[in-house]
Ligand binder design. Structure first.
Ligand code: LLP
Length: 382
């Protein structure tokens, strides 16, 4: 059970993100232990949370970084990730971003299409600097997750279909300013069974057989490992052992080949909560509403993906319970964190934790309605 420093919370202006650093460190220790297979290298996907305090801790554990913009590349470098351990992905990289990535000498640019590869080639030749490129292959696997976060299906905008690889490989072969680092895959996010990852391994094995005469230094299998949103206290650390064991068991790595992972959510989601105060409890005719001072501007996942986040009242001392809709203050019906939520009797001034919010919470916050971005608070009980 996560301990919350409630007296500290009472003194602080809400809403803010609270990060349990000791849980983050335990999570990173678990990753280190369970990924200790030859060639396995774990990267952290900054898009999940790019708070510099967290990034410095994550980089100190030796992880690489997965980035999707010039801003993320700069932040990764500034927070201790060596350029050689940074990957740069994204379907729409601008010329300026490509130039920056080449000049930094980052480990791999994950190329998504033929026109993008031609552009990278032209920029690398103009700069006269070698660019490390991997090709993102769309593995055409249904990860059975939310349709907004499934990325490996044939109709998705991501990656290149296997049947279109040949001309791209030829361009790389013909240009001495392009260094081929390998293939990249990503099948989706919040994947809670190992089956899609096992299928990915089989797809990759077939691809490796097809290109048996080609040197493929690195395979990158993306991210996607899910977390337990229903019961973060029971499962604060995701099943990293099951995840890495799946790849160790089913993926046939070549001798000396590296296997890269780029995990986001599973590393940071459970260590973060959005802490908010109850402004009012409104008794409607059919429903009771708990109106918070945090809204979809602070955490958009429920509004955008109908995502469930556990909601805890940290200060109510009542042993009676009631059913509430927990909502934000913004003039949008989707600004709702949960409907028909059972909470202990809740009053104005109570402190509420919206749990499992460390991933895609702070990074997706906005200033809609001219609201300030949420502040942060860290707690490390070691
Ligand atoms: N690599 C690539 C190429 C990705 O597109 C993503 C996430 C990751 C790695 C990290 O995936 P993770 O380990 O976090 O599942 N905003 C959504 C999630 C979008 C995920 C996008 N790609 C949400 O709040 O659920």
């Amino acid at each position: 059970m996560t301990e919350f420093p409630i007296s500290g919370f009472r003194e602080k202006e809400t809403p803010f993100y609270y990060y349990d650093i000791s849980l983050l460190k335990k999570t990173l220790d678990t990753i280190k232990r369970t990924s200790a297979y030859p060639g396995f290298k774990v990267h952290y996907a900054l898009k999940a949370n790019s708070n510099p305090e967290l990034l410095r801790i994550i980089s100190s554990y030796g992880l690489g970084a997965d980035t999707v913009s010039a801003g993320e590349i700069r932040t990764a470098v500034d927070t201790g990730f060596p350029a050689a351990k940074i990957a740069f992905a994204g379907v729409g990289k601008t010329d300026a971003e490509i130039e920056l990535a080449i000049k930094y000498g980052i480990g791999a640019m994950n190329v998504e299409s033929l026109p993008e590869l031609e552009n990278i080639r032209d920029i690398a030749c103009r700069l006269d600097i070698c660019a490390n490129v991997a090709i993102r292959v769309n593995p055409e696997i249904d990860a059975h997750t939310h349709h907004y976060i499934t990325t490996g299906l044939a109709e998705n905008k991501f990656g290149t279909l296997e049947c279109d690889l040949e001309p791209m490989l030829r361009i790389i072969k013909d240009c001495d300013r392009l260094n081929f680092t390998g293939f990249h895959f990503h099948i989706g996010s919040q994947i809670t069974t190992m089956e899609p990852f096992r299928i990915l391994c089989e797809r990759i094995n077939k691809l490796q057989e097809k290109y048996s005469d080609m040197e493929i230094p690195t395979l990158n299998v993306g991210g996607g490992l899910g977390i337990d949103y229903d019961d973060p206290d029971l499962n604060p650390i995701p099943d990293f052992k099951g995840y890495f064991d799946t790849f160790a068991r089913y993926l046939r790595l070549r001798p000396g080949q590296e296997l890269h992972f780029e995990l986001g959510r599973s590393i940071v989601a459970q260590c973060g909560s959005l802490i908010s105060r109850v402004l009012y409890v409104k008794e409607g005719h059919q429903k009771k509403f708990v109106i918070l001072d945090a809204g979809m501007t602070a955490l958009i996942r429920p509004a955008l993906y109908q995502a469930y986040h556990r909601i805890d009242n940290l200060t109510s001392e009542s042993d009676k319970k009631a059913e509430y809709d927990v909502v934000g203050p913004i003039c949008e019906s989707s600004d709702t964190f949960g409907e028909n939520i059972i909470l202990p009797l809740t009053h104005r001034g109570d402190i509420i934790a919206i749990r499992s919010a460390g991933a895609y919470g702070e990074t997706m916050a906005s200033t809609y309605n001219s609201r300030p971005l949420p502040q942060t608070m860290f707690f490390d009980n070691f």
